[in-house]
Design a protein around this ligand. Structure first.
Ligand code: NAD
Length: 292
């Protein structure tokens, strides 16, 4: 090496070292997300994950007290502009459209739509009333449809693409005993994401599902009747249920809200730029065998 070449290399190495030390821009900086059921266990974990990557997040939920608490906490952690709360019922078409409009007004656009608001209910098949069936479909399949359609319209008009993510369920691809209405509505969500992927591809709008298995920690669903029903059908006490699911999983691991949020982050960000109409099971391996 002559003196000039040695100097150039040293200069280049120093510049490279400086670049390495500079803070990296956040992956979702400038992006806007709307999460239905954002005040629930999984919804909050998703919101926190997206905000940590720089996104502004609108949380839509029917539970106003939970919503206020969640938004207050996020503003403390991520700043005043990081989160807004939208009290809506996802089965109300007008309210869902208004929530999407408010998100756009507040943050200037919409890039990520996470449909997650949900309930769970179980009943032996012969006792599954039409009311129970319709309620599952209204909140899950139809609620996801309405949120996705309103988000899709905005994304298409913006012309910047977008990502729609459904929190479906392992039960949407592998049936679970005594929960026909819930499982079938979850299967509809998984398939709806595929349909949206086909329509959205020409506009850069992607749609994918995340399918968790039982996430007991933080979930309000698991504080209600569902827990007793699942415990009875597994012939264990409600307190032992989390351990039963852990033992049943292929990897012998419990699934937590943060695990689900990580998969959502993948689908929401450019990491998954080449994935659409897909799903990720966050289930510690449970869906591998349909008999489980
Ligand atoms: P959660 O009860 O903690 O959260 C669900 C949220 O949805 C709640 O805040 C609730 O108020 C809201 N919600 C319910 N009905 C609504 C409506 N009509 N309009 C607006 N908001 C409404 O439960 P979670 O475990 O966080 O569940 C989130 C999603 O994940 C659900 O779709 C659920 O089916 C799915 N999921 C959960 C599990 C699990 O084991 N926890 C497993 C697979 C899939």
């Amino acid at each position: 090496l002559d003196e000039q070449e040695a100097f150039d290399i040293e200069y280049w190495l120093l510049e490279e070292a400086k670049l390495q030390r500079m803070p990296k821009p956040k992956a979702l900086a400038g992006r806007v997300a709307l999460i239905t059921g954002g005040a629930g266990g999984i919804g909050r974990a998703i919101a926190a994950r997206l905000m940590a990557e720089g996104a502004c997040v609108a949380l839509a939920d029917i539970d106003r007290a939970s919503l206020d608490e969640a938004v207050g906490g996020f503003r403390k952690s991520f700043g005043r502009d990081a989160a807004i709360g939208l009290p809506i019922d996802v089965t109300d078409e007008t309210a869902v459209a208004a929530a999407v409009r408010e998100t756009v007004l507040a943050y200037g656009g919409l890039d990520i739509l996470v449909a997650n608001a949900g309930i769970a209910s179980a009943a032996p098949f012969e006792d599954t009333s039409l009311e129970l069936w319709n309620r599952n479909f209204a909140i899950l399949a139809t609620g996801y449809f309405l949120a996705a359609r309103e988000g899709y319209r905005v994304m298409k008009d913006q012309g910047l693409g977008g990502s729609i993510v459904f929190i479906a369920s392992k039960n949407g691809i592998a049936a679970s005993a005594g929960a026909a209405a819930y499982c079938t509505a979850k299967a509809a969500e998984v398939h709806l994401a595929r349909c949206i992927a086909l329509d959205g591809a020409p506009f850069g709008i992607r749609a994918n599902s995340v399918n968790p298995d039982a996430v007991l920690r933080g979930s309000k669903i698991w504080q209600g009747e569902w827990r007793a029903q699942r415990a009875a059908s597994n012939k264990v006490s409600a307190d032992d249920l989390e351990e039963v699911y852990r033992q049943r999983s292929l990897l012998k691991l419990s699934v937590y809200p943060e695990d689900v949020a990580e998969a959502v982050y993948f689908f929401a960000s450019d990491l998954s730029a080449k994935s659409t109409g897909n799903f990720i099971n966050v289930d510690a391996g449970n869906a591998v065998s349909f008999a489980r």
